[in-house]
Design a protein around this ligand. Structure first.
Ligand code: SF4
Length: 270
């Protein structure tokens, strides 16, 4: 029998939280869906649109300028001005984090992500999901890559290497890896805790077997967008699902519990 979902407590990431000021993430998902609807009402959903957002999001200083001087005739600044005010409640701690970030760490574009970039990444994830979800679901082999920081740190994790990478052994009822893995398996998606599985090997194997494969990534927003872009560049149907916050050692210096919205994950796969 499928265990009931674990208690859903708000998590506060180092820079973002999908809970915003509330005690659930449903507000975030409703908001990002509405914004994506509005964007795609005015612009057809194509690879070109997503690629234009990717390129536009690189110019940090330009993004701030675009917010000050809104030209509605210019497509990318208009999109940024549309989404920015609605997504600010989810990224309140970004500026504080950037002020304290040592100069030597600014080379790491993930750690140095600005607030406007977070908002564009949120939109890019939603649009990419809309564009690729059908192709992903129709792939011969579907792989999900979960981050190890989603596990239950109060037990000794029993995940074990199995094929491509580590797989959950379902030892804890309050572990999000456990629940996410069960949902993914129900949809014929192979769930792996990504500890360094060789993607090139996987791509080669699928190529030789003449089978298509798709990837579902779960990660914090800066990591997720990076992985999704790499997949798109390599013509792999990809969809992505953000962690509720960025709570791992890379951001905080230690691990804090994290979560994902399991109902939204199910919704994405339907
Ligand atoms: S439920 Fe799975 S991922 Fe979570 S601690 Fe146990 S083996 Fe590890």
């Amino acid at each position: 029998m499928k265990p009931s979902h674990p208690g859903y407590l708000p998590v506060t990431g180092k820079t973002y939280t999908l809970f915003g000021d509330g005690d659930s993430t449903s507000g975030y998902y409703e908001t990002i869906r509405k914004l994506a609807d509005e964007v795609t009402n005015n612009n057809p959903l194509t690879e070109e649109l997503i690629e234009e957002i990717r390129v536009f999001s690189r110019g940090k200083r330009n993004l701030r300028k675009c917010l000050k001087k809104n030209d509605p005739g210019d497509r990318m600044p208009a999109i940024l001005n549309l989404i920015d005010p609605h997504l600010r409640e989810y990224t309140e701690k970004v500026d504080e984090h950037l002020k304290k970030l040592p100069l030597r760490k600014f080379w790491d574009f993930r750690l140095a992500t600005t607030r406007e970039q977070y908002h564009l990444y949120m939109l890019e994830i939603e649009l990419t999901n809309r564009l690729y979800v059908d192709k992903f679901l129709k792939a011969d082999r579907k792989i999900a890559l979960l981050p190890y920081c989603l596990q239950d740190f109060s037990v000794t994790c029993k995940a074990d290497k199995n094929g491509f990478d580590y797989q959950c052994k379902h030892c804890s009822e309050i572990c999000y890896q456990n629940h996410a893995s069960l949902i993914l398996e129900e949809h014929s998606i192979e769930p792996y805790i990504w500890m360094g599985g060789d993607m090139k090997q996987l791509a080669k194997y699928s190529f030789h077997e003449n089978r298509t494969f798709g990837i579902l990534g779960i990660a914090c927003i800066p990591e997720l967008i990076n992985g999704m872009r790499t997949c798109r560049k390599n013509h792999i149907p990809v969809i992505g699902f953000p962690l509720n916050g960025n709570c791992c050692i890379r951001w905080h210096g230690e691990f804090f519990p994290n979560s994902i919205d399991l109902e939204e994950l199910e919704r994405l796969l339907q």
